[in-house]
Ligand binder design. Structure first.
Ligand code: HEM
Length: 133
């Protein structure tokens, strides 16, 4: 629980969605869609052949980003997810494929619709910010 000035503790988004198992299912669904749907071929081509390390890394990042354990950042001092994408030639097309696949994975998840929508808006902004200009 996160301490607040309120008289009751407030759940983090990580706690609200059910913790690591929900994050992991979301990430696995996202990469399964990216790997299997030809609509995401350009996005898939940017990634390494072996997606297992990315499944672990995105799960770890999102766990911390949603307010859960911060191991991903502790293991990568100074890491910035935006900077991690700076070397990639991300276009509006590939950014759109990322948000499309993630949007579908979010809709397939058990995350509450209102929180799901907030997460989707944030991912869309991040993805647009990663487009190389
Ligand atoms: C704009 C669309 C995006 C594209 C095209 C993209 C693409 C990529 C690629 C190609 C990699 C390296 C994968 C590999 O080495 O196999 C990567 C890593 C990663 N991406 Fe993205 N990404 C996008 C958006 C995002 C967003 C919005 C997030 C966070 C919500 C994110 C989180 C990560 C993480 C955590 C890593 C792993 C970094 C590491 O372990 O060093 N990506 N991404």
């Amino acid at each position: 629980m996160t301490e607040t000035t309120l008289d009751r503790p407030v759940q983090t988004p990580f706690e609200q969605i059910g913790g690591v198992p929900t994050v992991r299912r979301l990430v696995d669904r996202f990469y399964d869609l990216m790997d299997g749907d030809p609509a995401y071929a350009a996005l898939r081509a940017l990634h390494a052949g072996e997606l297992a390390p990315m499944r672990d890394s995105l799960t770890g990042f999102l766990t911390a980003w949603l307010g859960g354990p911060r191991d991903w950042f502790v293991e990568r001092p100074g890491a910035c997810v935006m900077s991690a994408h700076a070397r990639l030639a991300i276009t509006p097309e590939t950014a759109g494929q990322w948000t499309s696949a993630m949007g579908r994975a979010l809709k397939d998840s058990a995350i509450q619709p209102s929180l799901r929508d907030q997460i989707e808006v944030a991912f869309t902004r991040m993805s647009q910010g990663m487009v190389r200009r």
